[in-house]
Write a protein of this length. Structure first.
Length: 130
């Protein structure tokens, strides 16, 4: 795992989405996840369907139209240091593809692997120590 859900305003080109996808995958690898562990989905919403306060919580400048809302679903028990590494790697990797750190919102959620399946009709196996 992790499963990334990226919500953004509609209007991004396929090339921009590909660059964002690659940056997220690079960040995931840098944070310690395997190269073949890539699960992403992109939700592009019209202006009327994505309402976000431009300054909350007291940002130094308003968010732009390039804001990304990234939800990261990880296995339960993922330690805070792994989440911090992934967050830092996301900010670092998304900068070169045109996303200001001010425009990156990240939300972590955890799911027990016994409540998920990666396919084949089998429940996910426990996380092997890396």
């Amino acid at each position: 795992m992790p499963l990334f859900t990226v919500t953004m305003r509609a209007g991004r080109t396929a090339g921009e989405k590909t660059a964002i996808s690659r940056a997220i995958h690079h960040a995931s690898i840098k944070a310690g996840y395997p190269d073949d562990d890539m699960f992403q989905r992109f939700l592009c919403l019209d202006q009327a369907d994505l309402k976000v306060d431009p300054n909350y919580p007291g940002l130094p400048k308003p968010r732009t139209e390039k804001m990304l809302m990234i939800e990261v679903l990880v296995s339960s028990g993922t330690d805070a240091s792994t989440k911090r590494r992934l967050l830092a790697a996301l900010v670092e990797a998304l900068g070169p593809v045109g996303t200001d750190p001010n425009d990156i919102m990240v939300f972590f959620a955890e799911i027990d692997r016994a409540n998920s399946s990666f396919g084949g009709g089998q429940l996910a196996l426990p996380v092997a120590n890396r």
